[in-house]
Design a binder for this molecule. Structure first.
Ligand code: IYR
Length: 222
């Protein structure tokens, strides 16, 4: 067993209550501006910005620090085209056959359909994979813990980072999305978790008029 090693906490910063309140409100306002955008410009995005956002996402708290995620950043138009083609095939089946009426009704306010032009328009697609188990260089398996929770937290941090730098993202979950493993050649210990389209919004981008639940509905203080 590895012996735990500890170092002093030097990165923590405390803020006085008034400053804390200001920061809390400022951050709340900043994230309230975020919208999921489905219409992308093809304007290029510096790769370095995406790299920084991914490093930020990789700091996410996670089970036993196994960091059970892998991010595949797709900028190659031909790979994006293949992803779009495969996603639209699944989505067509979803919208035309598989989706129960109740699900279609729930999606109606978003105006989504089987057409996924953003998968080619956005300069980057980030395919997020969850590693069900880790693999040592000698091929032995290492158990991962709380994989879904961990990858979900990292994904949330990635989306927040993307917003923070002035880009927009769309969380896309083609169902099923096994095709991502094939198109992107991922190993057997990884399952596709989510596909993020990232870029600038199109000049004429519109967003659905929907609301977030108020605090009293999403939280209880006891
Ligand atoms: N995967 C489909 C359907 C879809 C499902 C949910 I839940 C959404 O919030 C949005 C869409 C699609 O991407 O169109």
């Amino acid at each position: 067993m590895e012996i735990p090693r500890f170092a002093p906490l030097t990165t923590y910063r405390e803020f006085a209550p008034e400053e804390m309140k200001k920061r809390a409100a400022a951050f709340r306002e900043e994230v309230q501006r975020r919208r999921t955008v489905r219409h992308f410009s093809d304007r290029p995005v510096p790769r370095e910005v995406i790299e920084e956002c991914l490093v930020a996402a990789g700091t996410a708290p996670n089970g036993a620090n196994m960091q059970p995620w892998h991010f595949v950043v797709v900028g190659d138009p031909e790979v994006k085209r293949r992803i779009r083609e495969a996603a639209e095939k699944e989505e067509r089946d979803f919208y035309e056959h598989r989706a129960p009426r109740e699900w279609l009704d729930a999606l109606a306010p978003l105006g989504t359909d089987e057409q996924k032009p953003f998968l080619e328009a956005a300069p980057y697609l980030i395919a997020i994979f969850a590693q069900s188990y880790g693999l040592l260089p000698d091929g032995r398996k290492v158990k991962n813990y709380y994989v879904t929770e961990s990858v979900g937290i990292a994904t949330g941090m990635l989306i927040t980072a993307i917003h923070h730098v002035g880009l927009v993202a769309l969380t896309h979950t083609p169902s099923p999305m096994g095709f991502l493993s094939e198109v992107l050649n991922r190993p057997g210990n990884e399952r596709p978790f989510l596909l993020l389209a990232v870029g600038y919004p199109a000049a004429d981008a519109v967003v659905p008029e929907i609301n977030k639940k108020p605090l009293r509905e999403i939280a209880t203080f006891v």
